[in-house]
Structures are given as C-alpha cells and as structure tokens.
Design a protein around this ligand. Sequence first.
Ligand code: ZN
Ligand code: FE
Length: 253
Amino acid sequence: MTLDLVTIPCLSDNYAFLLHNAETAETALVDAPEAAPIAAELGRRGWRLTDILLTHHHDDHFAGVPELRAAHNPRVIGAAADAHRLPPLDLAVAEGDSVTVCGEAAVVLEVSGHTVGHIAYHFPQTGAAFTGDSLMACGCGRLFEGTPAQMWASLQKLAALPEDTLICSGHEYTASNIRFALTVDPENPDLISRARDTDAARDAGRPTVPSTLALELRTNPFLRADRPELSQMTGLTDPVQAFAEIRARKDRF
Ligand code: ZN
Ligand code: FE
C-alpha cells in the first residue's frame, strides 16, 4: 500500500504536504505554514485531518496548527527536543522512533543543522521523506542553530535512504539554489539539465518539490561537498570543511 501525496503551496514560497489512506480515510499533514490553503484542499477532497507532523519550530512551518486543530482535532506530532517551542504536542518523538501515520510505519530521523531538534519523517512504503528545511531541492537550510558538522551528518543520514525516495522539502527555493549550485559545480551535466527543467516547471507554474533523492545525489552541492569536482572548487577535501565552505558561499550568494 502507498499513501496518496498532495503538495500544497502556502505563504509566498512554503510547501505543506497531505498524506492520505483511502482505505482508512486517514489524512496526515506535514507542516502547517498557514491554515487557509490547507483547509481549502481538505474541504475540496472531503478529507478530515487525523494527524499533523511538524518538522521544526519555525513559525512558517507551524503557524496554521491552532486553526486546523480547532477544526479537525488531529493528533499533533513533533520533536520531543523542541516541545517547549512548538504548539502543544500529542506525541513527542525522537531519532529512530517509529510512528504509525495513515496506517504506515514512519521513521523519525533527527536532522539538526538548520535548527537543533529539526526532524524528518521517512515513509518507506510510500517512498517519501519529509525533510522540512534540512535537505531541500538542490540545497539545504541555512545553519541558524546547528553546526556544519551537524548538518553534514543529517544530510548523510538522508542520503542513505533509497534513491527513489521522494524528497518533500519545505520551500520553493529550487531555481535560486540551482543558480548557486552552478557556481561550485559548473560542469555537472545533470545540474545543467536540472536548471532547464526547473525553469520550465516554474514558467508553467508547477512546483519543483518533491524531487527524488537520486536527483539530489547527482546535483545537490551540499550532498556532493566531498566529491572531487567540488573539492577542486573549494580546495578542501575534508567533507565537513568542504560542506561548511559551500554553505558559507551560499550565505553570501
Ligand atoms: Zn525553517
Ligand atoms: Fe522554513
């Protein structure tokens, strides 16, 4: 069994995701940037929200929770480590926990770096990982709280998932991420064609999220920091140092 996956654009560049099990009529939401577009999508499909899964404590990922909770009374799940700065949690989870959502056993991965306490949810049967602002389409989240070593370790964890995993990340930043990626990995043919595909998708008003892990492994400079092509550009061979340098260049880009 695989769950239905719906991507919902929110705010100016955020994404929320719905997972739905048609047999059990359960529906889970991953992140709640704002209530209105999510409530509208649920209404259109006649789905009732049974769970809300939160990735991290930034407002643009949970601001919609109170309104959706009032309307649907879902179970709200988030990181135990962030319970003090998230909306009230019905279930607090940590690295390695298995949690049954829409009838599927999802695995919680701790992916600190953007924030400390950021988590991702991997749905192995459906083949999707909800990565919030950790691994993003051709990018990764800015290091607001964590260290380069933490984010590198988080990205390595996600990179070890099956290659056909859908990477459901929190923002439509892909086009500008690719413009930056081309400055550190300019000859990469997969990156060059991703730039073309992304421009075409955006011109047509289509989201570029989710992507696949396979595509990220071939094109995302933050997953590729230790590759020879990239170390040639940074002059660094230590993976964490090379990652930190690429992240610092992106911050200045
Ligand atoms: Zn964030
Ligand atoms: Fe965000």
